[in-house]
Design a protein around this ligand. Structure first.
Ligand code: BEZ
Ligand code: FE
Length: 304
């Protein structure tokens, strides 16, 4: 193994991994070497560019903390997260489509009773959310665990302004009732930029891309015997629906946040001012092995 040049080094590196005991690891690393070498040859990579790439990845790593995962953000803006999601959720039928988890999910969000207002000290137009959770065959999934989280009217999540808000807000866990239904109150979220003060933001800037995501409410829904659904519902009147920075928008996930006048809402609660109403029905795919399975998780750790 010597005298390598640009025509024979790829085969030599692939061969060096040929004894990998795990066949899947061997397949992945072999393909990685082929694609990486083809990419380097394709662009005729210079030493300066190689060095810039190493520096970029080093800074991306240094940006990561317990509450910031810059590598996932990089994966998001490169469309890799949504590609992995698409490959792993090839689901026909009436199951709800999936999208990225994002960095603002919090494990063990506070449990609220159905009908609660979860906006806390967040400000914004009132939002009434109603919906249901059912299996692909239309059976209501009573007791399904529904995690919701969203930004405020300035485009900030609670975890980005925890001191100002005095705690979590615009997030909760609910359990669907015996008909699989749920409802709650909050405020209408605004579109927002993904965290762009690090290397990923510099990449977007250098390539003339904006960092914005259209307004949305996140849902993570789990029920025994079903794949955990990780998705959002996007506001139909939001900016940026056609250029989401992380490529997460799907037509079936866009819904009207309908304007309603002040008065008694469907749940019997009196709205003192006009409000918006989002009604969305979620379908969960039965898990292959009949057991509850988990979707992607990248847990945020709250500052003590
Ligand atoms: C989010 O929707 O919370 C999000 C998703 C991907 C990157 C940044 C934020
Ligand atoms: Fe979000």
């Amino acid at each position: 193994m010597r005298d390598f040049d640009e025509t024979n080094i790829t085969d030599a590196v692939v061969e060096s991994f040929s004894g990998t005991p795990d066949p899947r690891l061997r397949q992945v690393v072999t393909s990685l070497v082929h694609h990486l070498h083809d990419f380097i040859r394709d662009v005729d990579l210079t030493f300066d560019e190689w060095s810039t790439a190493i520096d970029f990845l080093t800074r991306t790593g240094h940006m990561c903390t317990g509450t910031r995962q810059e590598f996932i953000l990089l994966s998001d803006v490169l469309g890799a997260s949504m590609l992995v999601d698409a490959i792993n959720h090839r689901m026909p039928g009436s199951a709800t489509q999936t999208t990225v988890l994002g960095p603002f999910f919090v494990e063990d969000a506070p449990v609220y009773p159905l009908g609660a207002d979860i906006s806390g000290r967040m400000t914004g137009e009132p939002l009434f959310v109603t919906g249901s959770v059912h299996s692909e065959d239309g059976r209501p999934l009573a007791g399904a665990a529904i995690d919701v989280w969203h930004a405020d009217d300035g485009g900030f999540y609670d975890v980005q302004q925890i001191e100002k808000l005095g705690g979590l807000a615009g997030r909760a866990r609910f359990y669907a009732d015996e008909r699989g239904d749920f409802h709650f109150w909050s405020i209408v979220p605004k579109f927002y930029p993904i965290p762009d003060d690090g290397p990923v933001g510099q990449l977007l800037n250098a390539t003339g891309r904006h960092p914005n995501r259209p307004a949305h409410v996140h849902f993570l829904i789990a029920a025994p015997g079903h794949e955990t659904l990780v998705t959002h519902v996007f506001a139909a009147d939001s900016e940026w629906l056609d250029s989401d920075a992380v490529f997460g928008v799907k037509n079936t996930l866009i819904a009207e946040f309908a304007h309603r006048p002040a008065g008694v809402a469907k749940d019997g609660q009196k709205a003192e001012q006009p409000y918006r109403h989002l009604d969305y029905h979620f379908g969960l795919k039965a898990s292959a092995e009949g057991a509850s399975s988990s979707g992607p998780r990248a847990t945020i750790r709250l500052p003590a």
